[in-house]
Design a protein around this ligand. Structure first.
Ligand code: KG4
Length: 402
């Protein structure tokens, strides 16, 4: 085989030679020209390589792997820009018989679920691990033991793939779920900034002013229990399985919402309270069962409908107050309790009455899921808001969501 001689190699001694001659002759101009000729090819190669790398980066779509493990759902999702490719959720049945989430059992179940769930999310998204641009994980608020599992996994995986980490506030995730697109070709309308978001879940009841994707302020919040917690605890009193919210919703459809009068809180500002309602429900049932042991069975649907209507009235009253005072007409609903049919209906009815433009997420994005973590990660990625390996999980919510 004939070896091809590369032209540039013999050129170098020639240049050096010329350089020496020219130096001897003190031909300054020639001297600089020779130096330039010597280093120019290297500079050109270096610059063109860098440009090519940048071009590759820019043409590559941003793919985010999201990981959620704040409570009792282990979830992983993949999104490409703002379009969802997969969203896998492993719910933990182990808590059902205890009537609530047992933190220790939740973290153990997360440990068992996390690898298969991430693996399935990547497979369903039909991507290779090397295509992932960054990993977004829920840092808080939530159960610390549960959060630690997702956080540690995300850190390890990001190190293995040599890609950045994005720490996500779970509540921001619930709100930005409104920006997840399901179909690249048919994009749906998203809320316009600034908008108000009523975020109601098992652990939180908040009214949030959303100024931009990553700029949010808590306007009001519960001073004790969350709306979902009230549903779940009252369901337990009636002997319904955990989580009780969906069971109450189903039974309430056949009940009379005016049958039982339950206590409504008097709380200042835009804050909520649900512990008084929970207690008044408990006392009502306890007193009536003393008189009639079959009281719960005979009145279950009416009890559910009355409780549900009271929760909806409490939630909507404060939301209307904030919307009026801040003069905002873009209003969104988020969190697990936003799956409630009476709340959704009240939301739609009030939007007509007050001229609001409303946004209700699809059912699959109401309860805890990693797609909402991934979309929040996408906006943080665009802002280059990466997080260090030293970040640790947090359990409580702040007034400014970051
Ligand atoms: O957002 P999520 O999945 O978890 C938390 O971050 O808390 O919300 C779970 C809560 C539970 O309290 C559950 O009972 C409630 O959402 N929930 C409902 C309904 N579906 C779920 N509450 C009322 N009606 C429903 N249809």
């Amino acid at each position: 085989m004939v070896k091809k001689t590369i032209n540039t190699i013999p050129v170098i001694p020639n240049i050096l030679n010329n350089f020496l001659i020219s130096k001897n002759k003190f031909h300054k101009n020639t001297y600089f020209l020779q130096i330039k000729a010597l280093i120019l090819p290297f500079i050109t190669i270096f610059v063109s390589n860098r440009l090519q790398n940048e071009r590759n980066k820019m043409s590559k779509p941003t793919i985010i792997l999201g990981i959620e493990s704040s409570c009792d759902d282990t979830s992983a999702a993949v999104i490409k820009e703002d379009v969802i490719l997969s969203n896998v959720i492993a719910s933990q049945k182990v808590h059902e018989k205890y009537g609530g989430v047992v933190p220790e059992l939740a973290s153990r179940a997360h440990q068992q679920n996390i690898i298969p769930v991430v693996d399935q999310a990547i497979k369903e998204a039909n991507i290779k691990q090397e295509e992932i641009s960054a990993i977004a994980y829920t840092r808080g608020p939530g159960l610390l033991g549960s959060l630690l599992v997702g956080t540690s996994f995300a850190k390890g995986f990001s190190q293995a793939l040599d890609i950045p980490l994005l720490d996500i506030n779970h509540l921001q995730g619930h709100i930005l779920a409104h920006f997840i697109q399901q179909d690249e070709t048919k994009k749906t309308a998203t809320p316009q900034f600034p908008f108000l978001c009523l975020l109601v879940s098992g652990g939180n009841s908040l009214i949030i002013l959303v100024k931009d994707y990553l700029e949010m302020e808590v306007i009001g919040q519960t001073i004790d229990d969350a709306a979902g917690e009230a549903f779940d605890k009252c369901a337990k009193v009636m002997g319904l399985p955990y989580p009780g919210g969906p069971h109450i919703d189903k039974l309430a459809k056949k009940g009379d919402s005016t049958k039982f009068k339950l206590s409504k809180p008097q709380v200042d500002n835009y804050n909520y309270s649900f512990s008084g309602l929970k207690t008044s429900f408990l006392y009502l049932v306890r007193d009536e069962v003393k008189k009639n042991p079959n009281f719960i069975e005979e009145n279950k649907a009416d009890l559910c409908a009355s409780l549900q209507q009271t929760v909806v009235d409490i939630l909507m009253k404060k939301l209307i107050k904030v919307a009026k005072e801040l003069k905002i007409k873009e209003v969104a609903l988020a969190g697990g309790v936003s799956a409630n049919s009476a709340l959704r209906q009240a939301f739609l009815d009030l939007s007509k009455k007050y001229g609001w433009k409303t946004y209700i997420p699809p059912f699959s994005f109401t309860t805890d899921n990693a797609a909402m973590i991934a979309i929040t990660g996408y906006y943080k990625y665009l802002n280059k808001e990466f997080s260090p390996l030293t970040d640790t999980p947090y359990s409580r919510v702040n007034n400014v969501l970051k």
